[in-house]
Design a binder for this molecule. Structure first.
Ligand code: 16G
Length: 241
């Protein structure tokens, strides 16, 4: 790594770009321990503060992760999630050659909360299932999903159905095809509870996603709030002019 002290480009930025390049071209492989702040500072004759700024930014961007008492390591590559195409978590993981699983942390039958009635086209007498699941890829937590499913589409829904794919169950149960969805995405930071469920530190960036999903006949069957790990996910879409 070379740092040009005469350059108008701030030194922390140069360190970041250098490390990013080495991570992206594989010179630094996942889970490699990188030199400490002190080692970098001595090697380049710069302040520890400058190195700290570069490393902290790379941790926030998901290139590096810290382990208490052990040091700073190179992260694995983020999952690239295309925004086109309506897929289930199970399908996404299958495509990546990974095992999808779920931990069910809440499951109840409730009157549809007022604020969800317009999205689900329900009235105050309608019942929904609320289910909260941690979604895992090869046993590593990736997202928390809280889904609301109108009772009419849930059939004889039991906890046992939720270890597998929700979309598969709904399509089999209703005989209707899942067709399209409306989604809103927002940047956020993990709350204490979210951080605990996702095995990350409080304050780690996350992607909050609200999705309403419809059958081919335009009936909504799902409203879901998801919290995806920002350090493991990157959203990709193409645009045409
Ligand atoms: C995806 C969907 C979620 C859906 C789930 C079904 C997003 C943000 N969320 O994770 O709305 O409930 O797939 O997956 O993409 P499953 O069929 O594997 O349970």
């Amino acid at each position: 790594m070379f740092i040009d002290k005469q350059s108008p480009i701030p030194m922390y930025h140069q360190i970041m770009e250098n490390l990013k390049k080495q991570i992206e071209d594989g010179t630094l492989s996942p889970d490699t321990l990188i030199p400490s702040e002190r080692e970098y500072a001595e090697r380049f004759g710069i302040s520890r503060m400058t190195v700290r700024q570069a490393l902290s930014n790379l941790v926030n961007e998901g290139y590096l992760y810290r382990q208490k008492g052990k040091g700073t390591f190179v992260s694995r590559k983020k999952f690239e999630q295309p925004l086109q195409g309506l897929t289930s978590f199970t399908e996404d993981m299958r495509q990546r050659g990974l095992k999808a699983s779920s931990h069910l942390i809440d499951f109840k039958r409730i009157a549809c909360p007022e604020h969800l009635r317009p999205a689900l086209q329900l009235s105050n007498s309608d019942t929904v299932y609320e289910l909260k699941r941690i979604r895992l890829a090869n046993d590593e937590p990736m997202a928390i999903e809280t889904s609301y499913i109108p009772e009419t589409f849930a059939g004889d829904f039991t906890k046992a159905h939720l270890t597998g794919s929700l979309y598969e169950y709904i399509e089999n149960n209703t005989g209707l095809a899942i067709a399209h969805a409306k989604q809103e995405l927002e940047a956020n930071v993990a709350s204490k509870e979210e951080a605990h469920l996702l095995s990350i530190s409080t304050g780690t960036p996350v992607l909050s996603i609200a999705r309403t999903t419809y059958f081919q006949n335009d009936l909504p069957f799902e409203f879901v709030l998801s919290v995806y790990r920002g350090d493991r996910y990157k959203l990709i879409h193409t645009m045409e002019r």
